[in-house]
Design a protein around this ligand. Structure first.
Ligand SMILES: *Cc1c(COP(=O)(O)O)cnc(C)c1O
Length: 418
């Protein structure tokens, strides 16, 4: 499954031995399977076959240029949340007419950049933002196409840190206030209303919350129509979950069926912003065991990947399976898999049954393709990991491991200290 398979007890990514890559590029590194990335995009996009839709890959899940380029070449659009992601998207070859821009805190320079790049639409998250976009568009003598991000107040039943569509969340405009906001937008000369948007959360493993959100959005579209505001795009955001351990999220086909059924009678085009479901299981993080240590009550495997490389376990208590790159007969241990960083929160797994590894062994942290590298940092002056893509029996580094010289790029000692 997912092109990460054992052959003769050796983990392979497509037709390449993971050990071979590890010996070649060093550890830690992120490893992506081209075939899996492609298959996941096709499965998702294909699920909406026959439907007027645009799938906009959510950049923040994985912004590697090679991966963005692959999706762009497959006809994908891009969902961005910053000027930096717009820059990367354009560099990777996305056409600006397929880029949607969400986020509660867009800055003036980011707004100007997006307006003049002629993106498909802004997903606007507040009235003040709407006013600012209008005035910046006026300045640039352009019209800014927008959707309002509505907070539909549905419970996605996911981790509180990744639920975004509840009244108490900072995202979007509350349902009750949306109508007034649209009326205000209608009066703005440099605003062109083209859509309604929502994004209710991430790692959602049921269809129901999406259906509930869509019902609310459709209602709003109907009300807007009566006011003479014609909506072309319904943006349902992202959020479809994946299997990290024993979750059984709906297949994209099931998800699509639910949405398409509910949209049959309308002429609305659908925009979707999947992130995790496309890249999550298309990547792993490969790390090497540095030491074993036995405490009175704990067993530790100390590895060379840390919370700065993969933040999800400590940030969300997220589960990532940890598999040996080479399977042996040695059986298993229960251990904490921890990194070198001086924080108790620096772990990849706690009290986990893993292979009985020793110094020098390689481990694969599974399902690490989404929110892995993109959330990584240089904490403790650790150069960020390399990224590698496998294509059939070939592999290529798609991001060099950072060097020590990269670490203080842009820093200087001021003259008054010299
Ligand atoms: C993060 C995000 C997504 C992608 O979410 P996934 O759970 O990775 O599919 C889509 N849209 C918006 C607005 C987001 O913030």
């Amino acid at each position: 499954m997912h092109h990460f398979q054992y052959k003769n007890n050796e983990l392979y990514c497509e037709s390449v031995s993971v050990t071979k890559i590890a010996e070649d590029v060093g550890t830690p590194f992120y490893l992506y399977s081209h075939a899996t990335l492609k298959r996941h995009f096709e499965a998702f996009n294909g699920a909406f076959e026959g439907m007027n839709r645009l799938v906009c890959f959510s950049a923040k899940a994985n912004t590697n240029l090679a991966i963005l380029h692959l999706f762009a070449s497959m006809g994908s659009g891009l969902d961005i949340v910053s000027g930096g992601e717009l820059y990367r998207g354009l560099e990777a070859g996305f056409s600006p007419g397929k880029i949607v821009y969400s986020g509660v805190g867009k800055k003036i320079d980011e707004i100007d950049y997006a307006i003049s790049s002629k993106i498909l639409m802004f997903n606007v998250e507040s009235l003040e933002e709407l006013e600012l976009i209008n005035s910046r568009a006026k300045n640039l003598k352009l019209k800014a196409p927008i959707a309002l991000r509505v907070n539909p107040d549905v419970d996605p039943k996911t981790h509180p840190y990744i639920s975004t569509g509840l009244k108490k969340n900072k995202f979007g405009i509350e349902s009750d206030a949306a109508l007034e906001a649209y009326k205000a937008a209608m009066e703005m000369k440099n605003i062109q209303i083209i859509g309604i948007d929502c994004h209710i959360g991430s790692q959602i493993t049921q269809v129901r919350p999406f259906e509930d959100a869509l019902t609310k959005l459709k209602l709003l579209a109907g009300t807007l129509k009566e006011l003479g505001i014609i909506i072309q795009y319904l943006d349902m955001g992202g959020g479809l979950g994946i299997t990290y351990s024993d979750e059984s999220p709906p297949h994209p086909v099931e998800y699509a069926k639910a949405l398409v059924n509910s949209l049959k009678e309308t002429s609305l085009a659908l925009i979707l912003e999947p992130g995790r479901v496309i890249v999550g299981n298309a990547g792993i993080l490969v790390t090497q065991v540095l030491y074993r240590k036995s405490g009175k009550i704990k067993e530790f495997a100390i590895v060379d990947a840390a919370m700065n490389d993969l933040m999800r376990p400590t940030l969300y208590k997220a589960f990532h399976a940890i598999e040996p790159v080479k399977k042996t007969e040695k059986g298993t241990i229960i251990a904490d898999v921890v990194g070198p960083i001086c924080e108790t929160g620096d772990f990849l797994a706690l009290d986990r049954q893993i292979a009985d590894v020793q110094r020098g062994d390689f481990l694969a942290v599974m399902s690490a393709g989404a929110y892995g590298f993109t959330m990584s940092s240089n904490y403790c002056s650790r150069p960020r990991a390399a990224e590698v893509m496998v294509y059939k029996d070939r592999f290529e580094v798609i991001r060099q491991r950072e060097t020590y010289q990269d670490l203080n790029k842009g820093e200087s000692i001021p003259s008054f200290l010299l």
